[in-house]
Design a binder for this molecule. Structure first.
Ligand SMILES: Nc1ccn([C@@H]2O[C@H](COP(=O)(O)OP(=O)(O)OP(=O)(O)O)[C@@H](O)[C@H]2O)c(=O)n1
Ligand SMILES: C[C@](O)(CO)[C@H](O)COP(=O)(O)O
Length: 253
């Protein structure tokens, strides 16, 4: 079975707050993206398409980072949202199956990639690694109940300094909840069709699909889960990066 990877790496990393695209942020001295590509290569996936931000200078930075890391990939300019970026990446894929991954999930173990692949080989055509949720999850209402505390009462910038109080509308049944990870594996034509069908959603963050599987689900097609790993964590904030540094240290780099 022919398989390729699309790694979404065109994000800016606003929540991380680094002064470079998040995919190039070093983890143990090596860019997140290089770790992610090495993971794919270690799992036997060598045809890798990476989405990157637009601009010649950025492209050169990515080229340099990949060369220094001893990895190769086909670079494609991404979109305004992750969904738009993945759609651009998928246009460059020619294999029967595709693994759609986040550069931000740099330390995803090979075992997770293997599990997704095994399920694809067994005939499932939309496969997502996932973990059971360990916290109790509650749904909140549309509007916050209020802002309390001395600074809120003082009439200052309440949103920034007071204590925000949110109303709970439901407690979800935890045993049925799972947290989604990547790489998400698909029959290429299926996920391309799902992206085509949901294309309008990808124009802005508010409407964009939270993951690729959601677009497949929206077509009424079955999506199945396999076991993920805590090590496939997504580096979103400075806290996550610090945790990833510890994980890498523990692995012995
Ligand atoms: N327009 C976008 C936005 C995100 N991504 C990629 O999608 C993955 C998951 O996105 P996220 O972690 O939210 O990254 P950012 O969008 O960079 O983060 P932020 O929202 O903090 O800016 C990342 O590997 C990111 O590079 C992408 O390819 N194109
Ligand atoms: C695709 C994903 O990693 C699955 O958990 C996640 O939904 C990406 O979300 P983000 O808001 O683009 O970081």
């Amino acid at each position: 079975m022919s398989i390729a990877a699309v790694i979404a790496g065109a994000g800016s990393g606003t929540r991380l707050g680094a002064n470079m695209p998040k995919a190039l942020v070093p983890l143990g001295g090596v860019p997140l993206l290089v770790h992610a590509i090495r993971g794919m290569n270690a799992a036997g996936v060598d045809d890798v398409v990476v989405t990157i931000p637009a601009g010649n200078a950025v492209r050169e930075e990515f080229d340099k980072a990949l060369a220094a890391g001893g990895v190769s990939a086909r670079l494609v300019v991404g979109g305004v949202t992750r969904q738009g970026s993945v759609a651009n990446g998928l246009a460059a894929v020619t294999s029967d199956f595709v693994l759609i991954h986040d550069a931000a999930r740099a330390l995803t173990p090979v075992a997770v990639i293997d599990r997704v692949r095994v399920a694809l080989e067994a005939g499932y055509d939309a496969v997502v690694p996932a973990l059971p949720v360990t916290d109790t999850i509650k749904e909140v209402g549309d509007r916050r109940a209020g802002v309390v505390g001395p600074e809120a009462a003082g009439g200052g910038d309440a949103a920034g300094s007071g204590v925000v109080v949110e109303p709970v509308v439901a407690t979800l049944e935890r045993s049925r909840l799972r947290a989604m990870q990547t790489p998400q594996g698909f029959r290429t034509e299926l996920v391309r069709e799902a992206h085509r069908a949901g294309r309008e959603r990808g124009a802005d963050e508010l409407s964009a699909a939270p993951d690729d599987a959601a677009l497949v689900e929206a077509m009424g097609h079955e999506v199945v889960l396999v076991e993920g790993s805590p090590e496939a964590m997504k580096v979103t904030t400075a806290w996550d990066l610090a945790v990833a540094e510890m994980l890498l240290e523990k692995r012995g780099r």
